[in-house]
Design a protein around this ligand. Structure first.
Ligand SMILES: Cc1cc2nc3c(=O)[nH]c(=O)nc-3n(C[C@H](O)[C@H](O)[C@H](O)COP(=O)(O)OP(=O)(O)OC[C@H]3O[C@@H](n4cnc5c(N)ncnc54)[C@H](O)[C@@H]3O)c2cc1C
Length: 416
């Protein structure tokens, strides 16, 4: 079923009786050409592009819970391509270009809103660093604008400019950045994949991998063994657990990251703002809630809930940046489990096991990467060669000293 304005009007006039389930609920088959483990944004996008762009068939996505129940439905919805390093910027710009055409591509309203993102500057050294990053972005075909204090004051007069511990000195803006309704991304890719014959198998946990003579034969699941010629793992915060079934240890730690939403307020923030002197970022949802977040909690965990010290830390960041936030009541908070890599950059790579591929290490920046990650992982699995914008995302980069340390922080997941 294709969605269109005419369809909405026709359904409204006929009592909405013609809408069909957006995807099937198939039983697992005995064998597939491709199994993607993980029905989050990255897994669903991989299956979609495998079918649509690379003409592959006999594909299944195996999800232990329900589609979109992981980080794809838990993040703070920000998309951008404001990176510095050559290993990253072309990949994230490719992703932003895919976001720009995504709703037409998969015929689903994902509320892609290019409302702009602004990284605030609080010191001269930070201005130098952000200028360099802006130039790197422009060299890679992205957009970047360096704004001075008065330009920012005209946009957001209620920010803490003068009477502040960290006065605002300017900002780096990417006007094509913005937000997307996160769960609609999972649903859009799921629907697009299903309509191309991909089996989306929910409530099916991968509990083991059958590997013989160095080759993958399929996966053991809570619903029995399912054979596959190729298996791609895209399970985000569960990466270390699932890859342990293949005997692999990853340069990844799992940490919890919390998100926050306030009560609905009148329109206040029309873009995304990040605080440059602490870890705090904020936007406003179309329903009026302020959506904000900060640091990971900083200890290893698989729990999808966080603790009060980080809530206090995030509240302090918010108060330092925009004191008015102190009047807003918090509506809800939740957590998601992040696959924090040691240099803050992801992996899209083959593994030493023939036919087994890995996608992970997204830290807390993987939502914006969803389209490019799916496309590049599908490319790798279909052609057995990396896509040209994802050649640096190798598992052996630590062995070879080729880290992609975007922030120059070293091997410290809590600083990425
Ligand atoms: C609070 C928060 C805020 C964030 N904010 C942003 C942001 O603003 N911008 C941004 O770019 N990124 C953000 N992120 C990061 C982003 O959400 C993730 O990097 C990204 O969603 C991870 O990829 P995914 O969607 O495939 O993961 P998930 O949706 O987590 O998908 C992985 C799936 O694998 C399944 N799975 C796990 N184990 C198994 C198994 N054994 N068998 C079968 N299935 C299994 C899980 O159930 C899950 O559904 C944020 C994350 C959080 C938690």
């Amino acid at each position: 079923m294709r969605y269109s304005g005419f369809r909405v009007i026709a359904e409204a006039l006929t009592g909405h009786k013609g809408w069909k389930p957006v995807w099937r609920d198939p039983a697992p088959q005995a064998e597939y050409d491709y199994i993607i483990v993980g029905g989050g944004g990255h897994g669903l996008a991989t299956a979609y592009y495998l079918a649509k762009e690379f003409g592959q068939k006999r594909i299944a996505v195996i999800e232990k819970g329900y589609l979109g129940g992981g980080n794809v439905g838990r993040n703070t919805t920000i998309i951008r391509s404001n990176y510095l390093l050559d290993g990253n910027e072309p990949f994230y710009e490719f992703s932003l270009k895919l976001w720009e055409g995504l709703e037409q591509d998969f015929n689903y309203n994902a509320m892609v809103s290019q409302r702009g993102i602004l990284n605030l500057i609080h010191s001269d050294a930070q201005r130098d660093a952000f200028t360099r990053r802006g130039n790197a972005m422009i060299l890679n075909g992205a957009d970047a604008d360096l704004l001075d204090r008065e330009q920012i004051r005209a946009m957001y007069p209620w920010l803490n400019f003068d009477d502040a511990r960290f006065p605002i000195k300017g900002g780096l803006a990417q006007r094509r950045g913005g937000t997307v309704r996160h769960d609609a991304v999972a649903w859009g890719y799921a629907r697009g994949a299903d309509s191309r014959g991909v089996d989306l198998i929910q409530n099916c946990e991968v509990t083991g991998m059958r590997i013989e003579n160095g080759k993958i034969l399929g996966v053991e699941t809570s619903r029995g063994f399912i054979g596959a010629k190729k298996v791609g793992v895209a399970v985000a915060g569960s990466s270390s657990r699932v890859m342990a079934h293949a005997g692999m240890r990853l340069p990844i730690e799992s940490h919890v990251l919390q998100a926050f939403v306030s009560e609905g307020l009148k329109p206040l923030i029309d873009g995304v703002i990040t605080f440059g002197a602490g870890h705090f970022y904020v936007s406003q949802s179309d329903k009026g809630g302020l959506v904000f977040g900060g640091d990971i909690d900083g200890y290893n965990t698989y729990a999808q809930r966080g603790n009060l010290p980080v809530i206090e830390d995030v509240a302090e960041g918010g108060m330092a940046l925009m004191p008015a936030i102190g009047r807003a009541r918090l509506l809800r908070t939740w957590g998601g489990v992040m696959d924090m890599s040691m240099d803050g950059s992801p992996f899209i790579d083959k593994t030493p096991v023939d036919g087994l591929y890995f996608n992970g290490g997204w830290c807390y920046g993987g939502f914006k990467a969803t389209p490019a990650s799916g496309w590049c992982f599908a490319h790798l699995m279909a052609k057995d060669a990396p896509h040209k914008v994802a050649t640096a995302y190798r598992l052996d980069r630590f062995l070879k000293g080729k880290m992609i340390d975007e922030k120059g922080q070293g091997a410290q997941p809590n600083l990425h």
